[in-house]
Design a protein around this ligand. Structure first.
Ligand code: N01
Length: 535
């Protein structure tokens, strides 16, 4: 390795969905000298790391991919309604190979610091390996859920068994056969993993702190007819994802739950339950804005839980949900609640009796000790800001991003931070990101950034930076958009940063929807990059 810095027009950090597409657009469309650096030894981002049992995307496969090239869409064929982790990873490798991207990706390279030098208008990056890079543009494609949260539970180091976080799963897999497994968490990840682990393990104990809703996914292999439909309707599919609130392939109903007679409402929920998937939340347009409407969905799902789970005590703990439906990211599942009917599965209510410590032999709550061979932490992530703040990012005058964001993320459009010129954050906090089907949100951001850099080149501009007043206004807009929904009512949600001790509690993603957000971003451009200072 040479000590000479690598000089570039742009450095992209990350080689998941976002980094790959950004690399392609800057290199192949703008002809920039650009490199991506990636901590992992391969492409894939989320799908490289999250190899836990049952890992599968909750977006349907025909909308969970790149849509910038109809050709590419027609060359790939998904096999199931929801793509599994291994298939998505194959897909991203297929794209990276087709576009010949890997030659410009440096794997095994984690950025430790990125400092802006005002005099030269350049970013200086240092990797953990010691390697350095200098670039005019720094573009983070680090993902929203890539910083694993292993809670600081007393005694973990003393545990004699094995333990794993779902987001850092061993590539060779974990052997559960004959093992007593404890899993902490009941978020989307745990809800996918529990049925698969229960199938293999001698015993699975799930430690639930907050009960959660879930709706059946109803995964199935795709028929030849559906695959043909996807190929012949690629451009219509793309258009639909651009017109829907969250970049999904389904539209939110225009009916209101509160105006629908109870029997009719029940029939609609029943049909949505049978159809399965995230579109359950699209059954009524008022579900995420009216508590009264939301209560009808919440009540329906709680009744389903009680009807599926045979032991009434377990059912009561699972259905004791304290937040509105979909105010936390709503999981979908394959036989999650059914899993609690298995003789080798136990639910432990750690809200009633909190986890006190991890001992040499297992997990100890206020009430009992559970001997375990393996602990699975399905405990989520330091979302959105975590992956950015893990890097030592410093802007003008050496000011640290962590100081600017001490009270929560502050930026303009989720794309740029005042004081950090030429730094773009793909799907950063303050953008629709995690409330959407991610590839659609990613393409919108990458296209906007690429067009912006092209505009700068055409006009001989060297520097773009969010204005402080635009940041103020955008932060208010993000707060107001959230306040118009029920989302902030889930008090311990990662959307709010509430899952990480000490993290400022601010609703982070933009909840106004992708359609509205796209319009705002376009308007900013037509008004001459309103809110940005260009020089
Ligand atoms: O993480 P989570 P996740 N003691 O933060 C519990 C995406 N995703 O990995 O709610 C006890 O949702 C915590 O309890 P509580 C999706 O966006 C996508 O499941 O804080 N429990 C919670 O139950 C999703 O939302 C897909 O009280 C503790 C759980 O751990 C996001 O990833 C699939 C604890 C964490 O749930 C994150 O989901 C899966 C403690 N100390 C995930 N600390 C696909 O589409 C935490 N918990 C494929």
């Amino acid at each position: 390795m040479s000590n000479e810095p690598v000089e570039l027009d742009a450095l992209v950090v990350g080689a998941g969905f976002a980094g790959l597409y950004q690399l392609f657009r800057l290199r192949d469309n703008l002809g920039l000298k650009v490199k991506a650096v990636e901590a992992a030894q391969g492409v894939g981002g989320t799908w490289f790391w999250n190899r836990y049992p049952g890992a599968r995307c909750d977006s349907e496969s025909h909308v969970y991919w790149y849509t910038f090239s109809l050709d590419l869409m027609r060359q790939w064929e998904w096999s199931e309604r929801y793509p599994g982790q291994a298939e998505i990873l194959r897909y991203l490798n297929f794209v990276a190979d087709k576009l010949d991207l890997k030659r410009d990706i440096q794997f095994g390279t984690r950025v430790a610091s990125a400092h802006y030098d005002e005099a030269t208008n350049r970013w200086h990056m240092r990797a953990e390996t010691g390697e350095t890079f200098i670039a005019k543009f720094l573009i983070t494609a680090v993902g929203c859920l890539s910083s694993a949260n292993v809670p600081d539970i007393l005694g973990l180091k003393t545990f004699k068994g094995e333990w794993y976080h779902t987001g850092q799963w061993p590539h060779e897999g974990v052997e559960f056969t004959g093992k007593r497994v404890g899993m902490i968490g009941t978020g989307s990840t745990a809800i996918q993993a529990a049925p698969v682990i229960a199938d293999q393990a001698k015993h699975l104990t799930v430690f639930q702190r907050t009960a959660n809703y879930s709706v059946p996914a109803r995964n199935i292999p795709l028929t030849a007819d559906f695959k043909q439909y996807v190929k012949s309707s690629a451009s219509e599919i793309r258009a639909t994802t651009h017109q829907t609130y969250n970049g999904m392939g389904f539209k939110v109903s225009e009916r209101k739950a509160v105006d629908t007679p109870p029997e009719e409402r029940e029939r609609i929920y029943d049909e949505a339950w049978e159809r399965g998937g995230l579109q359950f939340r699209a059954s009524f347009e008022d579900m995420l804005v009216s508590k009264e409407a939301n209560d009808t969905a919440a009540d329906f799902i709680k009744r389903k839980i009680r009807s599926i789970v045979k032991d009434p005590k377990t059912a009561a703990v699972l259905a004791d949900i304290d937040h509105p439906y979909a105010a936390k990211r709503p999981p979908i599942d394959t036989d999650y609640f059914e899993t609690y009917n298995r003789p080798n599965v136990t639910l432990v209510d750690v809200k009633a009796a909190p986890i006190r410590q991890i001992s040499e032999i297992g997990i100890r709550t206020d009430q009992a000790e559970y001997p375990l061979d393996i602990i699975v932490f399905a405990t989520g992530f330091d979302a959105l800001t975590g992956p950015l703040l893990k890097m030592d990012i410093r802007g003008r005058g050496g000011i640290a991003l962590k100081d600017v964001w001490e009270a929560g993320p502050r930026n303009y459009l989720g794309l740029q931070v005042a004081g950090f010129p030429n730094l773009f954050t793909i799907t950063g906090p303050g953008s629709p990101s995690v409330l959407c089907n991610m590839p659609v949100a990613i393409e919108q951001h990458v296209d906007w950034i690429t067009d912006c850099i092209a505009h700068m080149r055409t006009n001989g501009l060297e520097r773009i930076e969010a204005r402080a007043d635009a940041v103020e206004k955008w932060v208010s807009e993000v707060n107001e958009a959230a306040a118009r929904t029920l989302l902030p009512q889930a008090k311990h949600s990662w959307y709010l940063g509430a899952n990480i001790p000490g993290k400022p509690q601010v609703f982070m993603p933009y909840a106004g929807g992708l359609v509205r957000y796209r319009e705002i971003c376009q308007k900013v451009v037509t008004r001459g990059y309103e809110g940005f200072a260009l020089s």
